[in-house]
Design a protein around this ligand. Structure first.
Ligand SMILES: O=P(O)(O)OC[C@H]1O[C@H](OP(=O)(O)OP(=O)(O)O)[C@H](O)[C@@H]1O
Ligand SMILES: NC(=O)CC[C@H](N)C(=O)O
Ligand SMILES: [Mg+2]
Length: 589
């Protein structure tokens, strides 16, 4: 799940748009930690861009590079990859020179990438430089825009090109440039707002994945609206936005996982308050716990605790429903970010310990009920149950405000492959054993939906028969899924996983905190063993592996990173962490 941002200031003489987008990158950082980027366009059509791997603070060196990005309109992106690799070259925005010059940022995932690639090769004759689905999407749009053959296109041409593009794509998306558009099922979120410009000469406009980015920049809540499914908007220079329905709405089913985990609690998505939905999830989970546990088990729970940070909203409501004391037994290190979206299992495991610390006095001699927003791979829950016991807890019950996640996410959140999901082919008792808890209790899907429906903000009319995209929970997806897609997904995510693990091992080596296993991984590469675990390449039984780039890994005892030598391809060099930030300037011909 990525974060996208776009802004257009009223006056082309305004050179400050990068400052707003930069600010918004920090506000949406939780949506993607792998890479980020910002592209601006100044009067005269000159495009400026800076992007690279890492958090916004790293890529923009705490804002130092913002002055290099003049312009009155621009787009920003925070990446959490769902397709391709985490290579620097796949950081967004992307840029296509032909036709007209297009900068492109995408939140979502396309599920018919091979078909699109074939079309671009056979008919579009376009070179695709990366494995990113977003690059494919931009080129499809560029092809459809090129069909007009005009020197300059108008809004109708753009909307028509988008309409043709929609009929080629399958998946979820929300993008802009400064065109914003959203998939025809409304899976991925996108809002737009307006505010009077600083010099009072007109209106500024902004779009983003979450309303919080706009609210913090002086856009009023009442002036922020959702882009609707299948709707597109163009913000022309100095003029009010023009809207069009580029493809008929097929459904209005926002991704329910935004409410469970992904979005910030202060976001409002499709008129539903994320904060309120999480409180409701807590109440309903409390009711469920009362049904599932025996009176004796309920009685022995001494205290309810959240697993910071996302469950901080729902856990107190569970405690209230159970009429039990509530306490924050884990202290969160504010300098460690979301661990779930870290690349590599090892980094995630370390991340949990680094991020959360159990306060012994809150656990010693107690039976605790831990509440998390969701259990995906079980990395957090397993570590946390261990930590609670190490801190002196007698019994640990574990409750999840989201239902069991048994299926892959295919619209823009790379949750995990099915085999990695803890609830895949395991019942609740097996899950409890796996994480070391007395018992595990999950929210039911119908209750989760109700929790979101009941969180419609005051003053807005609840949509009749509100539905959601819930494929991760029940395997029923809102779009048709091409045959063989899941097998393809398993294969590409396996490859991506290997590359991500190597990258994080290399990062650990570069930063001097690698352990022996990471040094092995960085040196020799990784492979997946018979249990589906990513391990150092030489430790599994199988024969030599390619390191993901078609190059056999180094097997000498020397600590030499693969690709770091003579004859290494540029791609190899990129993968070993020699990531230059990409800057370029483009002038309208
Ligand atoms: O079962 P798992 O694979 O461990 O995934 C689930 C966990 O990951 C997320 O936490 P994360 O640390 O990413 O973010 P948070 O600080 O917002 O809770 C989520 O809130 C769960 O705690
Ligand atoms: N999470 C997202 O929205 C990712 C966008 C795009 N599919 C990528 O992998 O870069
Ligand atoms: Mg968490």
């Amino acid at each position: 799940m990525c974060g996208v941002i776009a802004a257009v200031h009223a006056s082309p003489a305004d050179c400050q748009v990068a400052a707003d987008i930069h600010e918004a990158l920090y506000l949406l950082q939780h949506r993607g930690q792998d890479a980020c980027g910002l592209a601006t366009c100044a009067a005269g059509g000159k495009i400026y861009q800076n992007k690279g791997n890492g958090l916004a603070a790293k890529v923009f060196r705490d804002g130092a590079r913002i002055s290099d990005l003049p312009g009155y309109m621009g787009i920003g992106h925070l990446r959490y990859p769902t397709a391709g690799t985490s290579a620097n070259a796949e950081a967004q925005p992307f840029f296509a020179n032909y036709p007209y010059g297009i900068c492109f940022a995408h939140n979502g995932n396309l599920i018919n990438a091979p078909e699109l690639k074939k079309f671009l090769d056979d008919e579009g004759h376009r070179h695709i430089n990366t494995e990113s689905d977003s690059e494919l999407m931009m080129n499809i749009f560029a092809c459809e825009l090129g069909v007009t053959g005009k020197a300059r296109v108008n809004s109708d041409d753009i909307f028509a090109a988008l309409g043709r593009m929609y009929s080629r794509l399958q998946g979820g998306w929300a993008c802009f440039g400064i065109i914003g558009f959203r998939d025809s099922y409304g899976i991925r979120p996108l809002v737009m707002g307006s505010r009077p410009s600083a010099n009072g000469e007109g209106m500024d406009y902004m779009m983003a994945s979450e309303s919080v980015a706009l609210c913090q920049l002086g856009y009023k809540r009442s002036d922020i609206h959702d882009i609707l499914p299948g709707q597109a908007v163009i913000i022309p220079k100095g003029l009010p936005p023009v809207f069009a329905q580029v493809q008929a709405r097929k459904a209005y089913k926002p991704d329910i996982f935004e409410y469970c985990y992904f979005a910030r609690p202060d976001a409002i998505i499709d008129n539903i308050s994320v904060h309120q939905s999480r409180e409701n999830m807590g109440h309903k989970l409390g009711d469920r716990i009362i049904k599932v546990l025996t009176p004796a088990q309920l009685k022995e729970i001494d205290v309810v605790m959240p697993i910071p940070e996302t469950s901080n909203t729902s856990a107190p409501c569970v405690a209230a429903r159970l009429k039990k004391p509530y306490c924050q037994g884990f202290v969160k290190n504010r300098y460690v970010f979301r661990t779930f979206i870290m690349p590599g299992q090892k980094a995630r495991e370390k991340g949990v310990r680094r991020k959360l610390n159990a306060m012994e006095e809150q656990f010693t001699g107690k039976n605790v009920l831990l509440v998390d927003d969701s259990i995906v791979r079980g990395t957090t829950s397993r570590e946390i149950v261990n930590m609670a016991k190490e801190a002196g807890a007698l019994k640990v019950y574990f409750a999840s405000a989201a239902p069991r996640i048994r299926h892959p996410h295919i619209y823009g959140i790379d949750l995990a492959s099915p085999s990695e999901l803890i609830a895949h082919k395991r019942d609740d008792d097996a899950i409890a054993r796996h994480i070391g808890a007395e018992k595990v209790i999950f929210q039911e899907l119908e209750d989760l939906k109700e929790a979101c429906i009941q969180a419609v903000i005051k003053g807005s009319i609840p949509r009749k028969n509100q539905e959601f995209e819930v494929g991760v929970f029940n395997g029923e997806y809102v779009t048709p899924v091409p045959d063989g897609y899941f097998e393809h997904l398993e294969q590409i995510r396996g490859e991506t996983k290997k590359m991500k693990v190597m990258e994080s091992a290399r990062e650990a080596v570069a930063n001097g905190y690698a352990d022996q296993e990471e040094i092995e991984m960085a040196t020799n590469g990784v492979e997946v063993n018979a249990d589906g675990k990513v391990v150092p390449a030489h430790s599994a039984d199988s024969g030599p592996i390619m390191n993901g780039n078609g190059v056999p890994p180094q097997r000498t005892g020397k600590r030499k990173l693969s690709g770091d030598g003579e004859g290494a391809s540029p791609r190899n060099r990129m993968d070993i962490g020699l990531h230059n930030q990409q800057d370029f300037e483009y002038t309208e011909p």
